[in-house]
Design a protein around this ligand. Structure first.
Ligand SMILES: Cc1cc2nc3c(=O)[nH]c(=O)nc-3n(C[C@H](O)[C@H](O)[C@H](O)COP(=O)(O)OP(=O)(O)OC[C@H]3O[C@@H](n4cnc5c(N)ncnc54)[C@H](O)[C@@H]3O)c2cc1C
Length: 411
């Protein structure tokens, strides 16, 4: 006989654990199934030098927040794992580690969750299996000659493990700029292929830029108020790193990194770049200035102007007069390509017809298009902050409130 419970939560990252916290508070019987250990992605799927780009004071989960001596610092991977582990212990989450969910089917009164350790029947399921399970690599990688090594952030541990010689980093969002800087410092010349990106200074008017984001409530914007939700959900992560310095294109160029346009195609062993680098850079500068104006207006209207330093504006990004439009991948100049082109979730185990042809889960603020099925931790799920550690509390509370009402009405 399959085991029975009311709710199965899939994934013991911070999102699944936050769901468990609220389920427990509402006395809903549940289990949290995790294929690895608690905080598995931080333990196994990130590179060694990574630090959170969100400051320590911003690391908070329901009933648990950073209380260490360095609120303005940025956690190492070991510290993130410890922080999430501590939360799991504090909230007494009923986590079953090393339990891989193989499939989820709909039944007459709920769902059948099949794992490599047996079957569980439940009325409701919360998918908290992460938004970054797989690297999103463009098809053009198929044309890259075999002499060039190709890796993604999942395979990258540190620059020293790469072959000597030139490295092309494709993608200039948080991951791309961080890896470009680290690899360039290791003595391997980096070319950075730059498409649409989000430029941000690390500090503004004397405060961490994420202090401004939070104070001006920029990341509080709700999914049903965002003008173009599809675009918002595709928005790249900002050019930030877990250091007190700005890591934008200007900073990278000063280190010797060579920016080029968006990687467009590979033809006969040559990688061709878009000629639109100047445009994407101007757009990023413009959007950053607009955001800084929003911060200034917030400071004025909320009488905080005198608490912070005077407004500042940053030097526009210095675009080289001419950038390369092609790179011969057979010449030996580039030994490695790092695809820092984003991440995507993996829902292949979900046997419920709620995933579209692009692999996106159909949901309305985490309420999936199948009764009793919920999701957490996806981009702009209910707010702009949904995928961040500090963003989960509000989303998880509201999603579990919905689940609680569903159970009350249905049963
Ligand atoms: C490189 C990188 C840097 C980031 N930096 C920050 C940052 O500085 N600050 C911040 O707030 N956020 C950051 N994030 C975003 C976010 O906090 C993380 O992605 C976080 O791991 C998401 O938490 P989650 O619980 O939604 O998913 P995850 O942490 O990915 O947890 C999902 C869990 O589900 C498990 N799982 C998946 N499939 C199955 C299955 N079939 N069966 C059983 N278990 C399964 C996985 O093993 C995993 O443990 C970053 C993300 C990335 C990729």
């Amino acid at each position: 006989m399959p085991e029975r419970t009311t709710t199965v939560v899939i994934g013991a990252g911070h999102a699944g654990l936050a769901a468990s916290h609220f389920l427990r508070a509402r006395a809903i019987d549940h289990v949290v199934l995790e294929r690895g250990d608690v905080a598995n992605s931080w333990r196994r799927e990130r590179w060694d030098s990574l630090r959170l780009l969100t400051p320590n004071w911003q690391s908070r989960l329901p009933g648990h927040r950073y209380r260490g001596p360095d609120p303005d610092g940025y956690m190492t991977m070991g510290e993130v794992v410890e922080f999430i582990d501590h939360f799991a212990a504090l909230s007494h989450a009923p986590v079953r580690t090393n339990t891989n969910v193989k499939s989820v089917h709909r039944t007459d009164d709920g769902y059948d969750v099949s794992t490599d350790r047996g079957e569980i029947r439940c009325r409701t399921v919360v998918i908290a299996s992460g938004a970054c399970n797989l690297p999103a690599v463009p098809r053009l990688h198929e044309g890259v000659p075999a002499t060039v090594e190709q890796i993604t952030p999942f395979g990258y541990r540190g620059a020293e493990a790469l072959p000597d010689g030139g490295v092309l980093v494709v993608g200039a969002s948080a991951t791309g700029v961080q890896l470009a800087a680290e690899i360039q410092r290791s003595g391997r010349p980096v070319t950075l292929s730059t498409g649409e990106h989000v430029r941000l200074p690390r500090t503004y008017r004397g405060r961490d830029v994420l202090w401004w984001m939070e104070a001006a409530r920029v990341w509080e914007e709700r999914y049903d108020e965002v003008p173009d939700i599809d675009r918002a959900r595709r928005l790249a992560s900002p050019q930030l790193a877990g250091i007190r310095e700005t890591l934008d294109i200007n900073a990278l160029c000063a280190m010797g990194v060579e920016p080029v346009g968006r990687a467009a195609t590979v033809r006969d062993g040559e990688l061709l770049f878009s000629g639109g680098l100047r445009n994407v850079i101007s757009l990023a500068d413009l959007k950053m200035d607009r955001l800084l104006t929003t911060f200034d207006q917030w400071a004025m209207t909320s009488q905080k102007d005198s608490d912070v330093k005077p407004p500042e504006r940053f030097e526009p990004t210095r675009v080289p007069a001419s950038t390369r439009l092609r790179l011969d991948l057979r010449s030996g100049e580039i030994r490695t390509i790092v695809w820092a082109t984003g991440f995507r979730p993996d829902h292949t185990w979900l046997d419920v017809p709620v995933v579209d042809e692009k692999g996106h889960l159909n949901h309305d603020g985490g309420i999936v298009d199948s009764p009793g099925l919920y999701a957490l931790g996806l981009p702009v799920l209910r707010r702009r902050k949904s995928t961040f550690i500090h963003g989960i509390e509000d989303d998880a509370r509201e999603v579990i409130d919905h689940l609680t009402r569903y159970l009350a009405v249905r049963h």
